[in-house]
Design a protein around this ligand. Structure first.
Ligand SMILES: C[S@@+](CC[C@H](N)C(=O)[O-])C[C@H]1O[C@@H](n2cnc3c(N)ncnc32)[C@H](O)[C@@H]1O
Length: 184
């Protein structure tokens, strides 16, 4: 399986420990984060995990990873990418038939009016404006921001080729997590 935008590999290292018979690949744009993830894997003696510096938006052009993964995850790692739609298409390209993508992202609605009763909305919009949108706008990027919301996420997943999209709200995890499980 693959974790897209794995940063220092915290989630992937836990999964690699828990499932020693499975193989894991973590991708991230940040060389520093990948170096740290590789050091952690070595320290933990894990031989079933590999970390690579890679722009996930290029996955869609990868021969090596075409139909390669049974399962792909992205934890809070799609909305602040400059080319998130290319990454979604890349995940679809990289999944084997009947593969599954779990995209865990911020619980919000796309229309701001629908977030009025969201108790965390002022905080989340602030973080989005000060971090996610600026980094997502680099090089004329999409700049979706953290509050892109479930409707836009479902729309991009659908246009990216995914079917059977299931959305799970995760109650009380700071009210900010939402999980999209999609079959190829
Ligand atoms: C908010 S962090 C989440 C990190 C990790 N998934 C976690 O839950 O701790 C987003 C990560 O996505 C990475 N990222 C951003 N754009 C990327 C891209 N185009 N390709 C791969 N990784 C990217 C960033 O470097 C960063 O490590």
């Amino acid at each position: 399986m693959c974790d897209v935008g794995c940063a220092e590999g915290t989630a992937l290292l836990l999964m690699a420990q828990a499932f020693p018979a499975s193989r894991f690949i973590g991708l991230d744009l940040s060389e520093d984060a990948i170096r740290q993830a590789q050091i952690s894997a070595l320290r933990q003696g894990l031989s079933n995990v590999e970390f690579m510096t890679m722009n996930a938006a290029t996955l869609k052009d990868s021969d090596r990873f075409c139909g390669f993964f049974d399962y792909v995850t992205a934890f809070d790692a799609i909305h602040d990418q400059t080319q998130p739609f290319d990454t979604i298409k890349g995940v679809h390209h990289a999944l084997a038939d009947r593969g599954v993508f779990s995209m865990v992202d911020i619980a919000a609605r796309t229309n701001m009016n629908d977030n009025v009763s969201h108790p965390m909305a002022p905080f989340l919009y602030t973080v989005s404006l000060l971090h996610c949108m600026p980094v997502g706008l680099v090089d004329s990027g999409a700049g979706l921001g953290m509050m892109w919301g479930r409707e836009m996420a479902v729309d991009l997943l659908t246009k990216g080729g995914f079917q059977n999209i299931e959305v799970f709200e995760m109650p009380m995890i700071l009210l900010i997590c939402i999980s999209f499980a999609v079959n190829k």
